[in-house]
Design a protein around this ligand. Structure first.
Ligand SMILES: [Zn+2]
Ligand SMILES: [Zn+2]
Length: 194
């Protein structure tokens, strides 16, 4: 594992700027991986990690930098819950740990560095200095990870009986005796125009 400083430099490049979220994300991921004994995410442990992130904010980019988990590799799972938390899974052992930022860390940052007026600068510094226990809450958890959730899963693609589009990774839905994609089954985020 690299040092926090090295990861912060990598994260700043990947994310476009250094911010409090990057510090939080780097530390969150480092703590999660340490707890799981995955000390070499860029090397031998590269294919052993699956990460669930619960927010799409600055910190998410930093979590990706440290863990190496990417959406396109299917090693990053997004649960849109709006919470500053992530769960790290060692797919080899099945062990998993959820790390959540404590609400109290913001107030603590303020009390640690009242001399810094800019909130982002204040948190950026305080989040580097704060001990893990004050910054995060950690919990051992069980994550059900069926075969189709694994990064290397190879399965058959099925076709939606309504729109004709192909569906991978067992995401089809049985609806009234038909095999449908999630969109055609009613779970759509868009409406066709015309
Ligand atoms: Zn940012
Ligand atoms: Zn369809």
């Amino acid at each position: 594992m690299k040092t926090m400083q090295e990861y912060l430099e990598d994260a700043a490049v990947a994310h476009g700027h250094l911010c409090a979220g990057q510090v939080l994300g780097v530390r969150m991921a480092m703590l999660g991986l340490q707890k799981l004994g995955l000390e070499d995410p860029q090397g031998k442990d590269r294919k052993r990690i699956v990460t669930f992130v619960e927010i799409d904010r600055c910190a998410t980019d930093a979590v990706m930098v440290v863990t190496g988990c990417r959406l396109g590799k299917r090693a990053l799972k997004f649960r849109d819950w709006g919470k500053m938390a992530a769960t790290f899974v060692n797919v080899e052992t099945g062990k998993a740990v959820r790390v959540a930022a404590k609400e109290s860390s913001k107030v603590l940052a303020k009390s640690m560095h009242p001399e810094i007026a800019d909130k982002n600068q204040q948190q950026m510094l305080a989040y580097r200095e704060m001990p893990d226990e004050q910054l995060f809450q950690t919990q051992w958890v069980h994550v059900e990870l069926p075969p189709e959730e694994f990064p290397g899963y190879k399965g058959d693609r099925v076709t939606c009986e309504h729109c004709g589009e192909g569906i991978n990774f067992c995401r089809e839905v049985k609806h009234g005796g038909k095999t449908l994609c999630r969109s055609c089954s009613g779970e759509r985020y868009y409406e066709p125009i015309v």
